[in-house]
Design a binder for this molecule. Structure first.
Ligand code: ZN
Length: 112
């Protein structure tokens, strides 16, 4: 990995082109690790549409109630359906799921 990141460094693109300095969030899951400063995501599996679905589901499953994900790349297309894990109570201010006590972990809003 460091060798690959070094290539980005040498090419002078490690921190993005001056006209594009926006970076995505850094994340690390069992399936994928993101290096936002290099616009790079390293994945454990071969980058098939099926693998994309798995990675995206893994990243978002705690934030969203996902019922279906579809990915297409050229002629390849895959679709996966999920059973949403119930309707979670959400903070009306932040939109994120409340914890087991009905409290928003972000802003402290308490469900009455
Ligand atoms: Zn909140």
């Amino acid at each position: 990995m460091p060798a690959i990141l070094d290539v980005y460094e040498k090419q002078g693109i490690r921190n993005g082109h001056p006209s594009n300095i926006m970076t995505g969030p850094a994340f690390k899951t069992e399936l994928a690790t993101a290096y936002p400063e290099c616009r790079l995501v390293v994945t454990k599996e071969t980058m098939t549409v099926e693998a994309m679905i798995k990675i995206v589901y893994d990243l978002l499953k705690d934030k969203l109630n996902i019922s279906k994900i579809t990915f297409s790349s050229g002629v390849n297309k895959a679709s996966e359906e999920y059973t949403p894990t119930g309707t979670k109570a959400r903070c009306p201010l932040c939109g994120i799921a409340l914890d087991e006590n009905g409290v928003c972990p972000k802003c402290g809003y308490k469900h009455k």
